[in-house]
Design a protein around this ligand. Structure first.
Ligand code: ADP
Ligand code: MG
Length: 337
């Protein structure tokens, strides 16, 4: 049995993927789930969000070469030579929550994955290309088994490259964060067909290795829905422009991601919309400073006056979002919170 993997994915940077993974991981933990967060973005922003400066320094700038899987790159690195995956050495964030740290060196793995993608359609020596292509999934599963996790959350960079293709074939579920703007809508139009193509291409590779020598991910990439990130709103544009783009998201998502032809125009209550998240304004720097989710900020952190209400609202929003995610994945939701 493998542990379900949920990836937050879109091909536009700055929409709020990393912040979402960070907050949803904390909230799932608060809802009693055991969570592995894995940072598959070579920019490693999720890792910097979770870990203190000194820990980052030891991880990324060690005084002597490290031979263990302390980052995702060190886990998969032996595959670029003749070795096998190193078991991940996770960072403990909170009881119930661990992190497989990211690594800037991961960018160098992109070419290996591109080669392996072609080799996996070949007729001999399939072990190595499949080991490479599923390396992220294997590492995540090892961490989940060790941590007895209910769920794995993955953060990825904003592109449709080979690293993300590998991350996605190892994903059972996908959530798409979107902003209400032209770039997000355009991105969505590329994203849906890309997921469809990756699913089909991975299936071809699975068919090409009928007797695999180790467990492989099914590459479901089932879309759970989208999250409308409202912090990009009203920065430089009139409200009307925001509404114009926001109104077009439901149909575009339906058509390009789920492949269903919209029957009626824009609905106000779109079932594919998992959440609309507000702009958390000055709570964001406070949260970053203390490396806490916004809903854990206290008056000692500076969340006083109207901020304390905003902290409670954020808690309610993320509780509702995490609950919706669990329901759609089919994991039990504790109702006693
Ligand atoms: N709900 C929010 N309210 C205010 N700022 C946000 C919110 N979500 C994300 N941000 C900010 O937007 C920027 C981009 O977010 P990030 O999570 O790094 O996006 P991505 O991973 O998609 O590139 C960050 O500076 C982050 O602090
Ligand atoms: Mg990011």
């Amino acid at each position: 049995m493998s542990t379900p993997v949920l990836t937050f994915f879109n091909n536009k940077g700055g929409v709020g993927k990393t912040s979402l993974v960070f907050h949803v991981a904390w909230m799932l933990c608060e809802l009693g789930k055991r969570v592995v967060a894995i940072d598959l973005d070579p920019q490693a922003n999720l890792t910097s969000a979770f870990l203190a400066e000194e820990t980052l320094e030891t991880l990324w700038d060690p005084p002597a070469p490290v031979e263990s899987g302390t980052t995702i790159f060190r886990c998969v690195q032996p595959l670029t030579k003749v070795g096998d995956i190193r078991p991940p050495v996770v960072q403990s964030i909170h009881p119930g929550l661990v992190l497989v740290p990211g690594d800037l060196a991961l960018a160098g793995f992109e070419d290996e994955l591109s080669k392996a993608w072609l080799e996996a359609m070949g007729s001999n020596n399939l072990y190595r290309p499949f080991r490479l292509l599923t390396a992220f999934w294997q590492v995540a599963q090892m961490a989940a088994a060790e941590h007895e996790a209910d769920l794995i959350l993955a953060d990825v960079g904003p592109n449709l490259g080979a690293i993300n293709r590998s991350a996605l074939i190892g994903s059972d579920h996908v959530v798409i964060p979107l902003a209400a703007d032209l770039f997000s809508l355009q991105g969505l139009r590329n994203l849906g067909p890309t997921l469809t193509a990756w699913r089909a291409d991975w299936q071809k590779r699975l068919n090409n290795w009928p007797e695999p020598e180790f467990l492989l991910p099914a590459g479901r990439m089932a879309p759970l829905g989208y999250i409308l990130m409202q912090h990009m709103e009203r920065l430089s544009r009139p409200v009307k422009a925001y509404k114009n783009w926001a109104d077009r998201i439901p149909d575009t998502y339906l058509e390009t991601v789920t492949g269903v032809q919209p029957q009626a125009p824009v609905r106000t209550d779109d079932g594919n919309c998992l959440a609309r998240l507000k702009h958390y304004r000055s709570l964001i720097p406070m949260a970053q400073e203390t490396r806490k989710p916004v809903f854990h900020l206290t008056s000692a952190d500076g969340a006083i006056g109207s901020h304390s209400q905003a902290v409670r609202d954020a808690g309610n929003d993320f509780r509702a979002l995490a609950t919706a995610i669990l329901e759609r994945i089919g994991l039990p939701v504790e109702t006693a919170f």
